[in-house]
Design a protein around this ligand. Structure first.
Ligand code: SAH
Ligand code: SF4
Ligand code: F3S
Length: 466
């Protein structure tokens, strides 16, 4: 069933507004603040920046709190558990503000906007407009239209499945480290995942555009970029370049100091990419996020992941052989339909065998449109909870041991920001570890040697080597 092909673009019947016909009236933004509440992955964080930038160009003023805003946008995520309820409950908190301020307009975007479209407005009339993940660039028009047509309720969530993907990076204050989108959408259809339905088919940006973006960011003082895609390994440019080619060019032809990327898919992770990483160290950071989801091959097959436990472990061997100091993290789903206790044990042994320093583990959550939601052997909630807690307990002990190796080492830390505590600063190592240490805010943007004095699973403490 190709639910992902459904499109909605237009106004709620009777409200009399058509988003595509709006021409932007710059006066509409004048004196109006905009606040965006963001959930979800780096894609959404990046999209929020894009929304702020576009609305700022249309004369709206980004503000820090919902109370200061005339336009409130919820950029929502639908990857797990009751996302629509979260939206309604947040909208509910704005009820009093809306009663007091007739100028206030509330919008919902992101993957929930894409998924629910006009249903959101039908169920919660306090929502004035809804837009999807492919219509962000039309947001200023959409908002203008909401103001021009009093009481209009507007929906614009059309999906451009095969359109060329041309989006220059828009960030207001990129700081030291920022994201650069290289691809959108996903064609993998893992049986648990809603992303192919909310972000559409996979589309890669032209290689030259990505390089231009990174060069521009370097000129603006950015030291580190994270190349972003749902499955960066299947990036393919119109000119024939694959992800390894792109990574090499970003590292060698843009003047950037550090490059990261996320997320990798094990089935597409190959020797060429490992070789490019190795050849470009330390510029390309020796950190890889490689979600395995389940350590059991039967479950992996039901998940439609395209690899077995053994094949995943072979990829890990390939990586460790080339880059012995590599640091690995992963995503895991526990309690996928049909998962037995023995099969869950395979997930635990996988975590132990690979030695992941960080894991992101989640209880399986049935999602609309997905295959696995229809599987009949759903695992009871209490079993999922118990497995998740057990996994975290085992990993916590392991992670404490693993990070001990950092104590006494001197690591190269790219300083990102000053802490709230006076005199303290925070940066990141190539291994993606956050480090807190004493130092001047003047060091922000510089890479400095820091001797690690104490290591915790999530953060390291250290001293600046003078
Ligand atoms: N593109 C990335 C993941 C994007 S979603 C990849 O393929 O690895 C981020 C993570 O959310 C996934 O890796 C998975 O672990 C988790 N996730 C996705 N759908 C889920 C669901 N229905 N229930 C629980 N966790 C889910
Ligand atoms: Fe979802 Fe799978 Fe695509 Fe990742 S690769 S976004 S988990 S469908
Ligand atoms: Fe969520 Fe959409 Fe990202 S569902 S995880 S915001 S791609």
């Amino acid at each position: 069933m190709e639910h992902n092909q459904t499109e909605a673009s237009g106004a709620i019947p009777g409200a009399g507004a058509n988003p595509s016909s709006a021409t932007l009236n710059q006066d509409i933004g004048q004196g109006r603040g905009v606040f965006i509440s963001t959930y979800g992955c780096q894609m959404n964080v990046n999209d929020t920046e894009r929304m702020y930038s576009l609305l700022e160009m249309a004369n709206f003023t980004p503000v820090q709190t919902a109370e200061e805003a005339s336009v409130i946008i919820i950029n929502a995520c639908s990857i797990r558990e009751k996302p629509v309820h979260k939206v309604y409950s947040e909208v509910g908190t704005y009820r009093k503000m809306k009663e007091k301020n007739p100028d206030l307009r509330i919008g919902v975007g992101g993957c929930v906007g894409q998924q629910e479209k006009e249903n959101l407005i039908k169920k919660q009339p306090m929502i004035d407009f809804v837009f999807g993940t492919d219509t962000i660039d039309n947001l200023p028009n959409l908002v203008a239209q909401v103001y021009e047509n009093d009481k209009a309720r507007v929906v614009n969530a059309k999906v451009e499945h095969r359109a060329p993907y041309h989006v220059e990076t828009l960030v207001r204050n990129p700081g030291v480290s920022t994201f650069v989108n290289i691809a959108k959408g996903c064609d993998n259809f893992c049986s648990f995942c809603i992303v192919p339905f909310t972000r559409g088919r996979e589309k890669s940006r032209p290689l030259s555009h990505v390089l231009m973006d990174v060069r521009t960011l370097v000129k603006r003082g950015v030291k580190e970029v994270t190349l972003l895609g749902q499955n960066v390994n299947s990036y393919h440019s119109e000119c024939g370049a694959d992800f390894a080619d792109l990574l090499q060019k970003v590292a060698q032809e843009t003047g950037i100091e550090r490059v990261r990327y996320t997320t990798s898919h094990p089935k597409d992770f190959n020797q060429k990419l490992v070789d490019v990483m190795y050849a470009n160290q330390p510029k390309v950071c020796e950190y890889i996020h490689l979600p395995f989801q389940s350590g059991n091959s039967r479950i992996l097959e039901r998940m439609n992941r395209g690899y077995t436990r053994e094949q995943y472990l072979e990829k890990i061997q390939m990586i460790k052989k080339a880059i012995p100091n590599v640091v690995l993290s992963t995503d895991i789903i526990v309690g996928f339909p049909g998962e037995t206790e023995e099969e869950f044990q395979d997930t635990i042994t996988m975590v132990q065998e690979v030695g992941f320093e960080t894991i992101f583990a989640f209880k399986y959550s049935p999602r609309p449109f997905t295959k696995a939601a229809k599987f009949e052997d759903q695992v009871p909630e209490d079993v999922k909870t118990e497995r998740l807690n057990r996994l975290f307990d085992i990993h916590d002990i392991m992670a404490f041991d693993l990070v001990k190796r950092y104590e006494g080492l001197t690591l190269q830390v790219l300083v990102e920001k000053a802490d709230s505590v006076e005199g303290k600063i925070t940066g990141r190592t190539p291994e993606n570890k956050l480090v807190h240490f004493l130092g001047s805010a003047d060091l922000i943007g510089q890479t400095v040697p820091v001797k690690i004095t104490k290591a915790f699973p999530a953060v390291l403490r250290g001293e600046l080597v003078q």
